[in-house]
Design a protein around this ligand. Structure first.
Ligand code: DAH
Length: 332
């Protein structure tokens, strides 16, 4: 009988180790441990044995039961984790294929131009500065040497914001107010560029947008001359457009610079394109910011980033930049 029990346990262990699913497992379970099983049958015979034999046989019976139960638990653990794994495999989504189908976007043309400008100027030792898009008359005009009576105020086509008294508030019509904010907050030497959005009442046409982007440059240091300005513009133009492109300054007028100039870049067909304005910071502007013009000199420049993108990519119409037609934008 003891021999029979050991064989039954070994047989059950072997079958459980070979079971490939949970159905096979419960079949083996009931065959060896259930009501009609070998073990149950032998257990019933225990009563007919004499006490010594009964003790030995009882021990063998418990031993066999333990072995089979352990094997059942092991097999169940193995099969259940396998079943779980199989389910994970079956439910798994392969996303790589779908990802490949999604077209990757890229930065907008104007953002690309702005990033490149920042890179070029940072490479030349400038820091990036920022200012608010809504400004008071002090920053947008007065501190820039454009008092209320000045005819230049009219030429800015300013969009005003009606906040009532006491201050005149407007969407900034250029990035030049960032010059004032920087000089108010920082001692010279100052080397900054300030890119950002600017606004005017202009109606959108092939060369104008009512909301556009400018970049302002400001240097304030000791012994700064017009030569430093011309050299800086030239280096920037080379870095941005490439070595063959030349720059030139043409005398002009801005209230916040003296002398003032407009700067142009050369084109492949030998003509010049106007890029922006520049000049030596007017002593009144320095004084308005508490900087002594006898000790410090500066130059400033400003130009449109959208226009620059238009020139660089030879677009016919600046409105393409804001039409948001992806078929157009995706080309750049
Ligand atoms: N703020 C001027 C404009 O929007 C451009 C400009 C001209 C900026 C000369 C400057 C400058 O810093 O020196 O028309």
């Amino acid at each position: 009988m003891i021999e029979q029990l050991r064989n039954a346990a070994s047989e059950a262990e072997k079958r459980l180790a070979e079971a490939t699913d949970l159905d096979q497992l419960s079949a083996v379970d009931s065959e060896f441990l259930g009501k009609k099983s070998v073990l149950t049958g032998l257990k019933k015979q225990l009563g007919g044995l004499d006490p010594d034999q009964r003790r030995n046989a009882g021990q063998a019976l418990n031993e066999a039961r333990r072995r089979i139960e352990t094997a059942v638990i092991e097999a169940r653990t193995r099969l259940e984790s396998g079943a779980l794994h199989a389910r994970y495999e079956a439910e798994r989504l392969d996303l790589t294929e779908q990802l490949e189908q999604i077209e990757r976007g890229h930065y907008h043309l104007v953002t690309q131009a702005r990033d490149r400008l920042e890179d070029v100027f940072v490479g030349m030792g400038f820091r990036i500065a920022e200012g608010p898009e809504v400004e008071t008359a002090w920053y947008n005009f007065e501190a820039l040497n454009i008092p209320e009576w000045h005819p230049a105020r009219g030429s800015f086509d300013t969009i005003f914001v009606d906040l009532g008294e006491p201050e005149e508030v407007m969407l900034r019509s250029h990035t030049s107010p960032v010059q004032i904010r920087t000089m108010e907050n920082q001692e010279p030497p100052i080397y900054i560029v300030a890119p950002g959005r600017t606004f005017r009442t202009d109606t959108a046409d092939a060369t104008h947008l009512p909301a556009f982007n400018q970049i302002e440059g400001l240097v304030v240091d000791r012994g700064i001359t017009l030569g430093d300005l011309a050299g800086t513009i030239d280096s920037f133009v080379h870095a941005f457009f490439g070595g063959e492109v030349k720059s030139r300054l043409r005398p002009s007028y801005f209230p916040f610079t003296e002398p003032s100039a407009e700067f142009d870049i050369s084109t492949a067909d030998g003509t010049w394109l106007e890029l922006g304005g520049c000049g030596m910071v007017h002593p009144n502007v320095l004084r308005n910011c508490g900087i002594d013009p006898e000790q410090w000199q500066g130059f400033a420049f400003g130009f449109g980033i959208d226009r620059l993108a238009v020139m660089r990519h030879q677009l016919d119409d600046i409105r393409e930049l804001v039409n948001n037609d992806v078929r157009f934008l995706r080309q750049f």
